[in-house]
Write a protein that binds this ligand. Structure first.
Ligand code: SAH
Length: 249
């Protein structure tokens, strides 16, 4: 791949946290960046890789409060690209999975700024790898769904269409609403005995994995407030299968 052109933006997936889970391409472009606009989640682990000369623009978002609005992020992207700099927009996991990539691309397109995307290891696959189960398994599930556990304006999404597919469900965000989401899955027809993996801080210091059954989660028996974040919730029979279930807690 050619080097990044001046005056362009490259979106780079930083991966789930461990500094060596960024791609080789992502790391190469990161090391050439003149401006790095980065999220809070993964910026710290990769910080030693940032060129000393690069201008750092932290725009990290954390649950509950935003340190930069989306409009401010758009303004940073435009300002530095227009000044002819090589801009890296570093995002946790994969930029295209719950990362507001589409909005940032639309903004660059509207302003005729060239851009490209380097994919990253998204939290769902990193969590499954950390726990040691597959996301699909022949004869068990044919599909995997990445779903937000965040309820828009406090309203629970209709989960029936997702449950009906029998797909492994990977819930991003919404750790605070986990009990309600589990109850919603039961109401939508998911079997109460379905195993649920609660994977905290996958590939990061303090990684932890807990496996419960869906009905335990829905009935409030699990102290969800005590689960460290970021938290990935994987719902599906793939979590426990003969041969690998012994490895899980
Ligand atoms: N673009 C990111 C997701 C951003 S949404 C990606 O592709 O991974 C943020 C959510 O991702 C968190 O609320 C959490 O559910 C999940 N997440 C991110 N990093 C994680 C990690 N290391 N371990 C577990 N979950 C993680």
């Amino acid at each position: 791949m050619s080097e990044q052109a001046p005056g362009s933006v490259v979106f780079i997936g930083a991966g789930p946290g461990a500094a060596d889970l960024i791609t080789v391409r992502g790391l190469r472009l990161l090391r050439q960046a003149e401006v790095i606009i980065h999220d809070a989640l993964q910026g710290d682990e990769l910080a030693p890789e940032f060129p000393a000369s690069a201008l750092l623009v932290p725009v990290g978002k954390r649950c509950g409060h935003h340190s930069a609005t989306q409009a401010e992020i758009h303004a940073h992207l435009l300002e530095h690209a227009r000044a002819g700099r090589r801009v890296v927009r570093l995002k946790g996991g994969d930029p295209g999975v719950f990362g507001r990539l589409g909005e940032e691309i639309a903004h660059l397109e509207a302003n005729a700024i060239p851009w490209s995307v380097v994919p990253g290891v998204t939290a769902a696959v990193a969590s499954a790898a950390a726990a040691g189960f597959p996301l699909t398994h022949r004869g068990v599930t044919l599909a995997v769904t990445f779903l937000t556990g965040h309820c828009a304006e406090g309203r629970q999404a209709d989960l029936r269409p997702f449950v009906a597919t029998g797909a492994t469900l990977c819930l991003y965000m919404g750790a605070k609403h986990l009990v309600a989401t589990a109850a919603g899955l039961l109401a939508a027809g998911q079997s109460p005995a379905t195993p649920v993996a609660l994977v905290s801080r996958a590939t990061q210091p303090g990684e932890s994995i807990r496996v419960v059954e869906l009905h335990e989660l829905a009935s409030g028996q699990v102290d969800t407030a005590a689960l460290p974040t970021p938290l990935m919730t994987v719902v599906g029979e793939v979590v426990r299968q003969p041969g690998w279930r012994e490895r899980l807690p």
